[in-house]
Design a protein around this ligand. Sequence first.
Ligand SMILES: [Cu+2]
Length: 488
Amino acid sequence: MRIIALIVCAIAMVSPLSSQQQVIVDLPEVRGPFTLSAVYDSAAGHNAFAYAGNTVPPVIRVLPGGVIKLRYVNNLPGRSDEECATGRCGNMTNLHFHGLHVSPERPQDDVLTMMAMPGESLDYTVVVPAYSPPRLYWYHTHPHGESARQDLDGMSGAIIVEGIDRYYPELRHMRQRVIILRDHDMEHSDAAIREQVVRRVEIPSSPCGTSTEQNPERVFTANGTIRPQIPIGPGERQFWRILNASPDRYADLQLNGEQLEIVALDGMPLSYHNRHRATRKVDHVLVPPAGRVEMIVTGPSSGSRATLSTRCVDTGADGDPNPAMVIADVGPAHADSPIRNLPSTTGPAVYKELSSQEIQKLELSTPDFTVTFTEDKSGFYINGGKFSMDDQPMLRVQVGSMQHWRIVNSTREIHPFHIHQIHFLAYAQNGVHSDAPEWLDTVNVPYGNGSVDLIMDFTDPIIRGVSVFHCHLLSHEDKGMMAKILFE
Ligand SMILES: [Cu+2]
């Protein structure tokens, strides 16, 4: 059964546009130590992750208090035919554990001193604290200058810290699905194929947003397939854990007007900071590149079909096209993979309740630090600086503190701000207080001198050392929109 599933999986990854609609594939899972390799996938014509004989990256599942132990082997060729953001790729690589509250130092979530050239390998032992919020994280490569290409090549996967059922016990009775959104790149496809794909995902012919570039070169895939079917019965409730692993495309997700019941954003259960907080029902949810949403969806009523789709996202005059498109069909299907319910875990839910007076005081204070995004023809900058690996930290922050940061976007396109290892409370946009402040690790910053205000939580005692914050449009990060921070 497993072998068949893997073959189906592999076919789906190689030919995402087949004539018969495929049911969404389940991804392989791994618990315990394993080996992951970076390889050149000649069938796909680009680099890939290899695991257990296939080029389908596994979902890493770990318990709070557990360890992610893996050997990452760089088997990429010394000479690459692929173009990276700043020229021909060199095929160096490493791993980042996005969103995990773990140490930024070797052999954990270190993207600065750990780097494998072709023929080299890296050994990671990432200790997940027992008090870790149980949630959806992800791993992707993070070599400065080559991140965008490797992420576009699909060198990423999901990480789940078990135990979200401790916060929302009703999830135990639902089918759970891990859904990874990636790009099908049509940059080098001929016009007829491109047109066929555009029709298949129903990209409207009318323009989307103010971007001067309207020709879509990418469409979303779900677990490797363009527009698969996601089986669900009428009125059935399922728990979907969605990761946007695109290097630069936003997903503004909706399900035909059905309400989406959000359980966690960027992996943070909504009740983690307030045990009385319920799930939140919305018509659509913006998931920036690198963002995650975990939500309960209800199957459309008998006889009707629905689609999971993204709305048009206005990326700004200098932004890339980000049109509306169908991601998957949702409804009864002729077949489905074996049911995977959420494994029940034992142990209490851990909460991190902060004093609302302290939060309010920080919100009203002058920002401790302002990050300003700018760009020109020669690069992308934070506070006027273009990142270099030998930079000194742009700032130092005390472990144990919380700070008010403002992120200002002085460009004509949107950028998602991300900081490694920690979460922040995004509570205001363009100076206006949000009616639903959320704890995130990646947040969109509006274009045209737009801003977001954040409360940064530096209180975790194990997060010490030098780390980074950056724009998560990865080609911008590759071209300099990143800076170092020292947690001391
Ligand atoms: Cu950017």
